[in-house]
Every structure is written in C-alpha cells, then in structure tokens.
Design a protein around this ligand. Structure first.
Ligand code: 5GP
Length: 194
C-alpha cells in the first residue's frame, strides 16, 4: 500500500535493526485519513471472506480495525491486556510475550462477543515474532469460530512471525512488508504487490 509505505519512509524512526517507531501516525498520534485508507484496503482484500467479526489487541490495533469494521459492516472486539473490574470471568484468554516490552500479558476477550458461528478477521498493527497474533488465534480457536485470516498494517518480514503463521495455512495480508531496518533505513519487500 503505497500511501502507507510513503508515510513510513517520511515519518518512521528506525530505533534499532529490529524496531521501527511510528508514533506519529499509528502508535500514539493517529492519522485518521491514513486509517481510513487502511480500512479500505483490508476491506478490499477480505470482502469475500464472509467476515462477521474483527478481533484485535488494544490499543494500537483498534484504529485500523474500526475503519475496516466500518467498511465491512461488522463489530470490532479488542482483546484486553489487563483484567478489568468488569471483565473477570466468562473469558477466552491467552498468554502473549512481548519482545519489545519484555513482559508477558494475559490477553482476554469476553465469551459474549465471539461464538462458534462467527467468521473472524484478526487485525494488528505489527507482525514481528508472531506472539500477539498467536494469542489472538488461540482466542478464536477457543471460541470455535472460523478464522478468515490475519490483516497486518506493518509486517517485519525479517522476523519469524509471518512465516510461522503462513505455514499453519493461515492467510496473512500485510499492507507494508519490511525486509530490513539495517543502517537506519527502511527497506520494503519489492515483490509485495501491496
Ligand atoms: P509480535 O508479537 O509479532 O512479536 O509483535 C507484535 C506486537 O509487538 C505488535 O502488537 C506491536 O505492538 C509490537 N511491535 C513489534 N515490533 C514492533 C516495532 O518494530 N515497532 C512497534 N512500534 N511495535 C512493534
């Protein structure tokens, strides 16, 4: 997706060979027009998959997911990273280790919002080692719902997550696929038609 790639090149900050900071449009400040385009692109790619729900992870997955949900006409559920006073039982849950934060969170979703007749699209901001997506897939599996696929805003193709999830036969669509962050420079996968 050219608009997204241009934004990454212009505003992304390469913090190390493995971490990209995109706080100016995705992870802190949010660019609503770009999110709308991202929602449109996910909709194009998954419009024939019969999706009934979108599942994401708080907080950075919410904006792109809501834009896709608006276009697809389906509700968006975000898994919570912390137990809340109002979300204590009747839950699907999974453990997710974050390499960027070096901590494990138990993510959870109320059983009220996903059931075995749903067809779920998982959306997240980044795909790196695949832990977050794996946790979300675990929640879909616990619910008995079908998984239509995974939509990712920025995949870091030089890390393992994408290939691990694809090897499981799961469709993964990423809107920008980064092959390297070496020398402070963002390089994209040129074969990527997005
Ligand atoms: P994974 O679970 O695939 O290893 O990592 C995905 C999660 O870690 C995403 O939800 C995202 O929040 C965070 N993450 C991983 N790599 C990056 C990165 O390079 N930049 C940012 N901003 N977040 C990342």
């Amino acid at each position: 997706m050219d608009l997204l790639k241009q934004k990454i090149v212009k505003e992304g900050k390469v913090l190390s060979e493995s971490v990209l900071k995109v706080d100016s449009f995705l992870n802190h400040q949010i660019d609503p027009e770009l999110m709308e385009e991202i929602g449109r692109e996910f909709t194009e790619r998954f419009k024939n998959a019969g999706i009934t729900k979108i599942l994401t992870l708080e907080s950075s997955g919410i904006a792109p997911s809501v834009m896709a949900g608006l276009r697809l006409g389906v509700p968006v559920i975000f898994a919570r990273k912390r137990k809340s006073l109002t979300l204590i039982d009747h839950l699907y849950s999974a453990k997710v280790y974050s390499y960027t934060k070096k901590e494990t969170n138990e993510i959870s979703v109320s059983k009220d919002y996903i059931s075995n007749d749903d067809i779920v699209l998982i959306i997240d901001d980044f795909l790196a080692n695949g832990q977050a997506v794996d946790g979300l897939i675990g929640i879909v599996n616990q619910s008995g719902a079908s998984l239509a696929g995974v939509g990712i805003v920025i995949e870091k193709g030089f890390q393992d997550g994408g290939s691990i999830v694809r090897k499981r036969g799961i469709r993964v669509e990423s809107l920008a696929n980064i092959t390297s962050l070496a020398d402070g420079k963002v390089t994209f996968n040129e074969e990527d038609s997005s």
